[in-house]
Design a protein around this ligand. Structure first.
Ligand code: GTP
Ligand code: MG
Ligand code: ZN
Length: 292
């Protein structure tokens, strides 16, 4: 048996870094029976089957895990967004960051393609929410030093809609890197899913990063009962107002005497954040308590 970390998942194989070695592994059948699957970022026990091959035998307990992106044990999600084509719906950022907040995972919002469309106002919404936020351009290098500082010493997973420039940012940060990037289709206004697998990289600056395929829709993302119960606190800028509403069971949607709504009206909470809260609140109505 040896211990290592999964650094790539591709076509049913898990590539495990064990010391200096890289082992191509299959997952043990019991994981599938139990409805579990190994994730990039997992620490695992390997039963070796050959010099460079093995079987993922046990998965060590995880600090954090996500379905989308499919990663484990990350310190933070870097949610890459763009104001240029393909334009990111802020709801995507709000949804991913709420799920991350629920799991106690950090969030960095990176508004990329600032050479094409400025992103300061968008970044500012997330700074006010208490997240780190950077405006960047993989093209001109703007914001990359700041982004690198936020990555140093941590394991970060890059996520965001396809074509926003996740792989391009990593190529720009790391000298000599050449992750595959592709021209986006201007006509469709969306990316073409250039990155097709999840992979962990060790950068020269002392950061570990995971590049992931972008999403093209939100629907496959996890929404669960725990989020339903704790949604307001997953919007960090709501927290100072919670417990100050007239009704103890206030849903902060349209209730009289709601302190969160008052903060929205007073300009302390950006309207787009509250709109996303309402959209998640409605989606979560269909999550039933027996689904836990
Ligand atoms: N002008 C400009 N173009 C950029 C920037 N970042 C990325 N691009 C371009 O955007 C396109 C998509 O970039 P990718 O890095 O492949 O995007 P991705 O987010 O990795 O996409 P997926 O792998 O499909 O999820 C490429 O043509 C890049 O050259 C930027 O900051 N400015
Ligand atoms: Mg990519
Ligand atoms: Zn309220």
């Amino acid at each position: 048996m040896s211990r290592g970390r999964i650094c790539r998942a591709l076509s049913g194989f898990y590539y495990v870094e064990a010391g200096e070695r890289l082992l191509a592994c299959r997952a043990r059948g019991k994981f599938r029976q139990e409805g579990r699957s190994p994730l990039v970022g997992d620490w695992v026990e390997i039963r070796e089957t050959g010099p460079d091959t093995g079987m993922v035998w046990e998965i060590e307990p995880r600090r954090t895990a996500f379905d989308r992106p499919a990663v484990a044990n990350v310190d933070q999600l870097v949610v890459v967004a763009s104001r240029a084509v393909p334009v990111t719906d802020p709801f995507l950022i709000d949804r991913v960051s709420a799920i991350a907040a629920l799991k106690g995972c950090g969030v960095v919002v990176c508004v990329n393609k600032c050479d094409l469309a400025p992103g300061e106002d968008l970044a500012d919404i997330y700074r006010r929410a208490g997240f780190a936020a950077v405006c960047a351009s993989a093209e001109t290098g703007e914001g990359l030093e700041e982004l690198t500082e936020l990555l140093r010493g941590k394991l970060s997973a890059f996520t965001g809609n396809s074509g926003v420039g996740k792989s391009s940012l990593l190529n720009a940060i790391e000298p000599g890197f050449s992750l595959k990037v592709a021209q986006i289709s201007e006509k469709l206004g969306r990316g073409r899913h250039t990155t097709r697998h999840v992979e962990l990289y060790h950068l020269g600056c002392g950061a570990q990063v995971i590049d992931t395929p972008g999403f093209s829709s939100f629907d496959a993302q996890e929404l669960d009962l725990e989020l339903k119960e704790r949604l307001p606190e997953c919007f960090p800028e709501f927290r100072p107002h919670l417990g100050r509403c007239r009704f103890v069971n206030c849903g902060h949607t349209r209730e009289k005497g709601c302190a969160v709504l008052a903060a929205v009206r007073a300009g302390e909470i950006p309207p787009s954040r509250h709109r996303s809260y309402l959209r998640l609140y409605r989606e979560l109505q269909s999550v039933k308590s027996w689904e836990r």
